[in-house]
Design a binder for this molecule. Structure first.
Ligand code: 4AD
Ligand code: MG
Length: 454
């Protein structure tokens, strides 16, 4: 007999004479003549109630069907007098795997901190089931957004020899023993220094300058030693790149993208979104509705500094023109000043990477960051420097190895075009649509400084 997923059993339009469901026991209550079991198979938040009469085949093992045990239930899908429409009147029940008392998820209401220590079991809780089903759905929505607009998904390499952001926060990839003497890159696997990618942008640009609209979507790695609730050493990034596009076109795509994701979440009928609104963040729905409806504010970096200077607000890092915006500044702008998403653009060139296009003022580059309430920076992007001489000047000014970037410069040598793109932190996007506060709780197995468990 074919297994029916609990989610489909609960969505059934008719009663069924014969059904098979399988899953894990959440709770069990016994009375003299029968037992009630709540069975969850992770296909949705909801569990299905099973009534097992004493004496049906398999009932002799009922005592072992404890919380966390796996079971297989055959029976009839019948109307339920309880709060759910359907329940199962079992005709046979089989113990598949026992779960002794050491099972750590005995009681409801564990803290996220505790659950991180059992990351291999936490997907069985309501919160983490909802988070990871949502992560999967939002990933599909990301692909839909770009594929519907004729963007090609390009799989840029995970191992690379270039440091896109120029921040030197790379994880080296080597087959040499770090403790051995006489190491040299010559002897290493690639015959040169290699790292895990911090961004697929540079490789992505080469494809945009051939296929017009592309995006990447994959893991990226940063050895940033910042132990915050919004940074991970391994995270996923979505990086669209658009040919024949300037910074304003770039902002338009970024804004439509965030709105599309907010709308996808608002349309969620699985129960997961309602769960986040009720138990994780009471302001979530209103926030997403605003993001979906209101146009994003666009504000230059210089204006943003002026706004903060005039605000009378006490910042830990007092604002001045030329500084990199800190998280407290970003959150002030989006949460307290504008109270909506803000796109800050035209940043001082000194604080931005080599590839951003220099503005006519000679002082700022066409960087743009999208800041959203509750998160701060969710997107970072720019129009790229398409002028070969200016780009080569940047590479020299920053003391980069010019030869290593010959292929990137070639895009400007042969048929250069204005082009622009951005990077979305996928985990920050998931935090944004779920209200979950810590990046460690939206990654299946978070990697952060001094933490690489599982
Ligand atoms: O602003 P970033 O560094 O931009 C880039 O990497 C560009 N190459 C993107 C591009 O133009 N194609 O990173 C982009 C986004 C950030 O806005 C943030 O959401 C996320 O990636 N991000 C991180 N997310 C989690 N943990 C980290 N350590 C992150 N670093 C960046
Ligand atoms: Mg950034």
């Amino acid at each position: 007999m074919r297994r029916t997923l609990v989610k489909h059993a609960l969505d059934s339009v008719t009663a069924q004479d014969s059904i098979l469901v399988e899953g894990w026991v959440r709770t069990r209550r016994d009375s003299k003549a029968f037992s009630f079991l709540e069975i969850n198979d992770g296909t949705s938040l909801a569990s299905i109630q099973v009534i097992a009469d004493a004496g049906i085949p398999g009932y002799e093992n009922i005592g072992k069907m404890t919380t966390g045990a796996s079971v297989s239930v055959q029976g009839k899908l019948v109307e339920s007098p309880g709060k759910q429409k359907w329940e199962i009147q079992a005709t046979a029940i089989e113990l598949v795997g026992t779960s002794p008392e050491s099972y750590p998820l005995q009681k409801k209401g564990h803290s996220p901190e505790f659950l991180r220590t059992i990351a291999h079991l936490r997907p069985r809780t309501n919160l983490f089931g909802a988070v990871f089903r949502t992560r999967s759905r939002i990933a599909a929505a990301v692909h839909k957004f770009f594929l519907d607009r004729d963007f090609v998904w390009v799989h840029t390499p995970i191992i690379t020899a270039s440091d896109c952001e120029g921040a030197g926060e790379m994880f080296h990839v080597t087959t040499l023993d770090p403790l051995a003497e006489n190491k040299s890159y010559e002897k290493d696997f690639f015959g040169k220094a290699a790292s895990l990618t911090v961004s697929g942008q540079l490789e992505g640009e080469t494809f945009a300058c051939a296929l017009s609209n592309i995006y990447t979507f994959g893991p990226t790695f940063r050895a940033e030693n910042s132990n915050t609730s919004r940074h991970a050493a391994e995270f996923w990034m979505i990086e669209p790149e658009i040919a024949f596009c300037d910074i304003y076109g770039d902002m338009d795509v970024a804004e439509s993208f965030i709105k599309h994701i907010a709308n996808t979440m608002l349309a969620d009928e699985s129960g997961d979104f309602d769960f986040f609104c009720r138990f994780v963040d009471k302001g979530l729905k209103a926030r997403l509705e605003e993001v979906s409806q209101k146009p994003f504010v666009r504000c230059s970096y210089t204006e943003a500094i002026d706004i903060m200077l005039a605000s009378g607000e006490k910042f830990e890092y007092p604002p001045y023109w030329g500084m990199d915006l800190q998280s407290e500044h970003e959150r002030f702008l989006t949460e307290r000043h504008f109270k909506c998403p803000v796109i800050v653009y035209n940043y001082p060139k000194e604080i931005k990477p080599f590839y951003m296009r220099l503005n006519e003022d000679g002082k700022t580059v066409t960087a743009m960051d999208v800041l959203v309430p509750g998160i701060g920076e969710i997107i970072g992007g720019s129009q790229r420097e398409e002028r070969l001489d200016v780009l080569e000047g940047n590479i020299e000014r920053l003391g980069m190895d010019a030869e290593a970037y010959y292929w990137y410069n070639d895009l400007r040598r042969y048929g250069t075009v204005p082009h622009a793109g951005f990077g979305v932190g996928f985990e920050r996007l998931i935090m944004f649509v779920t209200g979950v506060q810590n990046i460690r709780d939206v990654l299946p197995y978070p990697r952060t400084p001094r933490n690489c468990e599982f």
